[in-house]
Each structure stands twice: as C-alpha cells, then as structure tokens.
Ligand binder design. Structure first.
Ligand code: KPL
Length: 316
C-alpha cells in the first residue's frame, strides 16, 4: 500500500520517516526539488526523545517535488495521502491535486485550525477526507533531519463536514501509525476534538510566538497566565454563542498541554523564529470570524492576529 506524504516539514518528515522505518512504502512530496534530491541521496534521520536515532536509508523510499505528483500518480496511483502541510500551503497543493485524473484515495488532513476539511472534501469528491488531530511535536534540524519533541497522541476520524467514511481506512492508518511508534486512536467525535485543539492552539501558539518561549514557560508568570485566560475566555464565549460543546475542564486541558509539551516550541513560534507565514488566520482568525458571525467581538484574538501578522517575514 502506497502512502503519499505531502509536505516534508517537521511533522511530515517525522511521520513519514517513522512509517518507512516500520517498513511502509512511502512517497514524500516536497515543496522544493532540492529537498527531494537531498532525501533521495542521503536518506533521513529522526532523533527520538529517548536518545535513539532512527536512520531511514536512502533507497528505501521515494521523494519528489509536489509539482510532479499528478504525472506520477496518473501512472502509479497511491492509496493513502497524509496531508502534512500547514494551512497556508493547502490552496497550492489542491491546485496541483486537481491535475490528477482521478484522486481515488483516503486523504488524512493533519492541519491545525478549522475550515479546510469541507473545502477539500468538496474539491475532491472521489476521495474520503479524514481529520487527524495530534499533540505530537517535532523540530526540523535540517531538510533531512528531525527531532521528535516528546510522545504525543494522534486521533483520526471522519468529520461530519466530509463525505461518507470507510472505517477500515481509518483503522488501517491507525494500525500503521501505532506500529511506527505513534500512540494513535480512531475517534468518533473528531469534530469535537478539532474544536478542542483549536482552543489549545489559539491560546498557546500566538503567545509563545510573541514571547518566543517554549510552551511550558507560559505557565511561569501571572501575566502570561492572565493573557492565556483572556484568550481562553473569549474563545469559549464564542463557542457558547454557536452552541459548540466543549469540555468543562478545557482550561485544565490547555494547562496540561503546556505541561506535557513544556520544552516544545509551538509550531507558530517556530514559524515566527524562521520568518515564515504562520497559521494565525486559521487559528485565532477563525475564532474572530466565528465571533463576528454571532454578532460578538473577540478582541484579544483580533489583537494577536494583528501582532502576529505584523511580524517581519523572510523571503524564500
Ligand atoms: O499543536 C501544537 C502546535 O505547536 O501547533 C501544540 C499542541 C501547541 C504543541 O506545541
């Protein structure tokens, strides 16, 4: 079974590399042909939290730039796609995927934020689109080396905003990911988990990115906790206005994620440190939009959107 991993950033490399290490047939689709060439020549390396280094041999997988996907797929279709790019890259990837003659596959979306699942499901009616929510974190050291930040949890399920699911497809990926060393479960309530993760990201990501601190350091001062609380309160008020259910201990869950990922640099903090576009629009921006829909204002979320969007970007 061919697993196509689209996007070889930190999470893409970590999941894809671990699947190859576990014996799966993986094709990486990279943003640049340079990264694909490096992967093909040198293989890749995953540094595990326990100090082990998993070396994925060159020759044991395929890697190409994403632009060549339609041509290759039309000759040799894959079975499962893991879409690992950031939200900001989805549009471009979708444009490339529309060139595939018939994209008959299970497509697993690993993005933070909301909104992308129904858009992808509508654009590719012959795929089954699933959502994956993860607390795994990784840091890309080089184009071909990644360090896993700790042991997280991955949940996969079918969103009510996507087409009819095939349970066996979810179970197959769950099984493969567990064998590759990821604690993975299937979930019947993935939409609830998406909204749960949205709050977690909307509180942790912009603040860690603004203060340039690892997740755990958010808890170390009253001022930082107060800022977190303000974002949290606004987000759950917006959920209440939309009748979106959330766990009564969601605040404690946000704190628990800061603790369990205390030495991680959030994905948004990493983007800001590298001068890259962030996922702020899909995270806090979606809370601002939901607030507006309900005739409310989410002022703290609006402010962090402006602060993050005003950060200098680096070319390339
Ligand atoms: O999902 C994350 C991210 O960095 O995007 C958290 C859970 C905050 C872990 O760092």
């Amino acid at each position: 079974m061919i697993i196509d991993v689209i996007g070889a950033g930190s999470l893409g490399l970590m999941y894809g590399g671990a699947l190859i290490y576990a014996g799966e047939e993986v094709r990486f689709w990279t943003r640049t042909s340079e990264q694909a060439a490096q992967l093909l020549e040198a293989g890749m390396k995953i540094n595990q939290p326990d100090g082990q280094v998993w070396r994925v041999q060159a020759g044991s997988f395929e890697a190409r730039d994403i632009a060549s996907l339609p041509e290759v797929w039309n000759q040799k279709p894959g079975h499962m796609i893991m879409l690992m790019s950031k939200q900001g890259g989805i549009q471009e990837i979708m444009e490339i995927l529309t060139k595939v003659r018939k994209l008959d596959a299970a497509l697993f979306c690993f993005q933070n934020g909301t909104g992308h699942i129904p858009v992808i499901a509508k654009a590719f009616p012959s795929t089954r689109v699933y959502a994956a929510i993860t607390t795994e974190g990784a840091k890309r050291i080089e184009e071909i080396e990644v360090t896993r930040a700790g042991y997280g949890e991955t949940q996969i399920g079918s969103s009510q905003h996507a087409g009819k699911p095939i349970k066996a497809e979810i179970d197959t990926l769950v099984d493969k990911l567990n064998k590759a060393g990821f604690d993975t479960k299937s979930s019947n309530e993935i939409d609830r988990l998406i909204y749960r993760k949205l709050v977690i990201n909307a509180v942790i990501n912009p603040l860690t990115a603004l203060w340039r601190i690892p997740n755990g350091e958010l808890l170390t001062s009253r001022e930082r906790r107060n800022a977190m609380k303000q974002l949290y309160r606004e987000a759950v008020a917006v959920y209440a206005a939309h009748q979106i259910e959330y766990d009564t201990d969601l605040w404690e869950q946000v704190v628990a994620v800061c603790q369990s990922t205390s030495s991680n640099w959030s994905s948004m903090c990493m983007d800001v440190l590298h001068g890259r576009t962030t996922e702020i629009a899909a995270i806090n921006g979606s809370i601002v939009a939901m607030a507006e829909d309900a005739g409310m204002h989410a002022e703290a979320h609006q402010l962090v959107c402006l602060l993050i969007e005003g950060m200098p970007l680096r070319e390339g």
